[in-house]
Design a protein around this ligand. Structure first.
Ligand SMILES: NC(=O)c1ccc[n+]([C@@H]2O[C@H](COP(=O)([O-])OP(=O)(O)OC[C@H]3O[C@@H](n4cnc5c(N)ncnc54)[C@H](O)[C@@H]3O)[C@@H](O)[C@H]2O)c1
Length: 274
């Protein structure tokens, strides 16, 4: 095998079982598809009562036994343990965890507060999913990896773990009070990067690598003015497309990253360089 071929082979995930939390949102199916394409079997986890998006439905139909959907709330440890049991029985022992479940603004009435009035409850609810939930999923799925001396955890962070949201991106919305990207969101993602380093230090000696992948803004239903202002700040001149994200995930999850531990891989088109 050529040196190039050998390197390429190291991106394969054949025979590995991966768990993706929050799999029924916008990015969940992107991660799930990338892992399946690399050869992994995948357990997609999300809350009960969340509709299965068409992109995930198509993957469920196409990949049959290699993809399962289980209910689990990352805030409730027993639901994660129940999902792990089903996953181990139906797919095999978990060696990859993608901590993707996350909330930006908790469900509820539209924002009616100024920064000094943001309710502590709202702040707490974001941290409960984005940080404590990720920690709990790492506990439940990481223990088996540590025991086996083999595993990779990828925590999905955000550009806003590194830089603050720019309030000027939202000025054109002309709302009173002005729109606030929830302060807890960036705080939670920064905390997730800290947790990543902690777990990388503690579980690295046991053969489990822990890294984060931080997407920049992903093109979705943003209004044209927001998009124009956002893209003007990105050296690559555009928002991320889903296709930009799968490769970096597979890299971190695979033997191609066998000496990569404790980093944050920003996939932001260079937004944070200036
Ligand atoms: N979309 C982006 O532009 C973007 C950019 C940077 C980072 N991210 C991060 O990527 C991840 C996915 O983002 P998305 O755009 O798909 O979000 P999304 O809101 O579309 O999906 C999030 C999913 O998480 C699930 N979820 C929420 N609370 C949960 C809980 N307690 N337990 C289990 N599942 C729960 C939701 O049901 C939903 O399916 C998040 O961590 C987000 O912060 C997204």
């Amino acid at each position: 095998m050529s040196a190039e071929g050998a390197a390429t082979e190291r991106f394969r995930l054949d025979g590995r079982v991966a768990v993706v939390t929050g799999a029924c949102g916008r990015l969940g199916p992107v991660w799930v598809e990338a892992l399946l394409d690399a050869g992994a079997r995948v357990a997609a986890l999300d809350l009960p009562d969340v509709p299965v998006p068409p992109a995930l439905q198509r993957l469920l139909e196409r990949h049959g036994d290699a993809l399962r959907l289980y209910h689990a709330d990352v805030r409730v440890r027993e639901t994660l343990e129940a999902a792990r049991e089903r996953c181990e029985t139906e797919l095999g022992p978990v060696r990859i965890l993608v901590n993707n479940a996350g909330i930006d603004q908790p469900p509820g009435p539209a924002q009616t507060w100024t920064l000094d009035q943001v309710p502590a409850r709202q702040f707490h609810d974001v941290l409960a999913v984005n940080v404590t939930g990720a920690f709990q999923a790492a506990q439940v799925f990481g223990a088996g990896m540590v025991a086996a001396g083999d595993g990779a955890i990828v925590n999905i962070g955000s550009l806003y773990a590194t830089v603050s949201p720019d309030a000027r991106l939202y000025e054109h919305l002309d709302l009173d009070p002005p729109f606030l990207k929830p302060p807890a969101y960036g705080a939670s993602k920064s905390a997730l990067l800290g947790l990543t380093r902690y777990l990388a230090a503690h579980w690295g000696p046991h053969g489990v690598r822990v890294n984060s992948l931080s997407p920049g803004g992903v093109r979705g239903g943003q209004d044209p003015q927001f998009r124009e202002k956002f893209e003007a700040r990105v050296p690559l001149g555009r928002m991320a497309e889903p296709a930009d994200l799968g490769g970096p995930l597979v890299f971190l999850a695979s033997p191609a990253a066998s000496y990569v531990n404790g980093i944050d891989l920003r996939v932001d088109g260079g937004y944070a360089v200036w």
